[in-house]
Design a protein around this ligand. Structure first.
Ligand code: C5P
Length: 215
């Protein structure tokens, strides 16, 4: 870390609340935000759009190198099938290397950045002065997904979503390259019984303390 830029690394499983928290933090501190999940999703979408299979690492790496961080669109990339495909290609070391390079370049923006994902504190920005690991029980995360879908008047099946959450956790935590886990020096935030506002206040005290040490 140097004093020109300040990086906040936020990791955790799907639907733990890290996206909302990251956006709030970035807005509060005037930092740039990158949802690194979107980089894996954009790579997966490019493969699907080109009619490619999800098991060719050379083609997948090429697509990963072409991802433009500025063009990542959450609305287009949020589809469930794209998320599933993303977690399949995220096991490929050369895809990860390509995306991690781009993510590290992003993390150097001034005055600061918030990156959220699965391996930010462990692999992408191990020197980040603030690392948060945001989690919640699989039941709570599945319920949040379910409520979100229902609120858009779309049909949702809780049991299917719950199975999905568990399958995605297994894939993300069980892969050999950069598995999802808290960095040793990460602050754990379990949002199972915490509102987003309470989680934000907890994160803010950690960040403010780190910022004052940095000055
Ligand atoms: O967070 P999101 O659901 O958008 O991420 C989609 C998939 O991308 C995750 O399930 C995970 O497999 C992969 N991913 C990753 N490393 C990151 C961010 C996402 O492997 N830093």
């Amino acid at each position: 870390m140097n004093s020109r830029h300040f990086t906040i690394a936020i990791d955790g499983p799907a639907a733990a609340g890290k996206g909302t928290l990251s956006r709030l933090i970035a807005e509060t501190y005037g930092f740039h935000h990158l949802d690194t999940g979107l980089t894996y999703r954009a790579t997966a979408k490019a493969l699907l759009d080109a009619g490619k299979t999800l098991d060719d690492e050379i083609v997948a790496e090429k697509m990963a190198r072409e991802v433009e961080l500025a063009g990542l669109d959450r609305d287009i990339l949020s589809q469930h099938e794209i998320g599933e495909a993303a977690s399949k290609i995220a096991v490929m070391p050369s895809v990860r290397r390509a995306l991690v390079e781009a993510q590290r370049r992003f993390s150097e923006k001034t005055p600061g950045t918030v990156l959220d994902g699965r391996d930010i504190g462990t692999v992408v920005c191990p020197q980040a002065p603030v690392k948060l690991y945001v989690t919640a029980s699989p039941e709570v995360r599945a319920k949040r997904r379910y409520d979100e879908i229902i609120s858009k008047s779309a049909p949702a099946d809780f049991d299917a979503i719950f199975e999905d959450v568990k399958r995605r956790d297994e894939r993300d935590m069980g892969r050999a390259d950069s598995p999802l886990k808290p960095a040793e020096d990460a602050h754990l935030l379990d949002t199972s019984e915490m509102s987003i506002e309470a989680a934000f206040q907890a994160a803010k005290s950690i960040i403010d303390a780190a910022l004052s040490r940095n000055n």
